[in-house]
Design a binder for this molecule. Structure first.
Ligand code: RIB
Ligand code: CA
Length: 317
């Protein structure tokens, strides 16, 4: 039984691993990829996505979406200010050959609405691993989508430390209003994979050795990107880490092996859209006495070896 999915991403290196795993795993059918502004500008997230699918030799429709957040004109702190003086962790151009493929020319939001209003919509899981601008725009323009998206898996948020601030994770911080729209839309099955879970299942150099031994394009390029992430992970002294989280790909692994998530809470989740120190923070209310209805399952712990098993299966297929 294969799982059909659409992947919405802001292709940087961990998105690239997610794309390859989703495109190659025998239990998954990647119907389309939609791209959004995030790690790098939309032009680059789209170009990087095309580089990745060409590198593994798959033909998957790619539709470019939002070039900026839903409401705000830019990130809460513009990208060039945020990245000033920091080693480039997410590359404008991933280390793959220039793409031969081209994007469809259709807008991602239009494609999401059309797909989820079609008969195939209720059979298609939506996985969102970048800022939620495209997903929020589609839900706002066509509220019927909330009842037709059967499952939404999101990489975003942090119950513990954030990565862009003490409280906020990048995807939710880039477009907090979009994240708030998505969590309030009423989608019946939402799984959030926040930094708590992704940092609990980092991929190691030993996992990379395993990918190298597989030897396929997906395996070798993933090994290269994960080794780069280990060497340059923000906040680590160069070369001091032995493993690094590959956030987005954990969402794909969870589709194949739900047991990769080893601890979670069901909660009422929303995202802070105000606050000088808390903008973009994910608020997880799992208090037994909370008056708020639960709207998501939030992963808190994950298993790196099961994660690596799923990637190995995908790259060996
Ligand atoms: O905070 C990590 C998330 O932000 C990942 O999805 C990464 O690709 C960036 O989009
Ligand atoms: Ca991403």
């Amino acid at each position: 039984m294969t799982t059909k999915l659409i992947l919405d991403c802001d292709t940087g290196s961990d998105d690239a691993v997610a794309i390859m795993a989703a495109a190659l795993h025998p239990e998954l059918e990647l119907l389309a990829i939609t791209t959004v502004n995030g790690n790098v500008p939309l032009e680059n997230t789209t170009d990087n996505t095309l580089r990745v699918i060409d590198a593994i030799g798959v033909s998957i429709p790619v539709h470019a979406g939002a070039p900026r957040p839903l409401v705000r004109p830019d990130f809460p702190i513009p990208r060039h200010v945020l990245n000033e003086g920091r080693e480039e962790f997410q590359k404008m151009r991933l280390d793959f050959p220039d793409p031969r493929s081209t994007a469809s020319g259709r807008n991602a939001v239009e494609v999401l609405i059309e797909h989820y209003l079609s008969d195939e919509g209720p059979e298609t899981v939506l996985v969102a691993v970048g800022p939620l601008t495209n997903v929020a725009a589609a839900l706002t323009a066509e509220p019927r989508l909330a009842a037709r998206i059967p499952r939404l898996v999101i990489m975003g948020g942090a119950r513990g430390w954030g990565n862009v601030s003490a409280t906020a994770e990048f995807n939710f911080w880039v477009d907090p209003e979009a994240a708030a729209v998505v969590f309030s839309a009423g989608i019946r099955d939402v799984l959030v994979c926040p930094l708590d879970a992704t940092h609990d299942a980092p991929l190691s150099r030993a996992h990379c050795d395993r990918f190298d031994a597989i030897g396929t394009a997906g395996a070798v390029s993933t090994s290269l990107m994960v080794r780069q992430r280990i060497d340059t992970y923000p906040g680590s002294e160069h070369g001091t880490l032995d493993a690094a989280p590959v956030h987005d790909a954990l969402c794909i692994a969870a589709l194949v092996r739900p047991d990769v998530i080893t601890e979670w809470v069901d909660a009422a989740v929303t995202v802070e859209t105000g606050g000088l120190h808390s903008v973009g923070a994910m608020v997880v209310d799992d208090r037994s006495w909370s008056p708020l209805a639960h709207n998501a399952r939030v992963a808190l712990r994950a298993d790196a070896d099961i994660f690596a098993d799923v990637l190995s299966e995908a790259f060996s297929a």
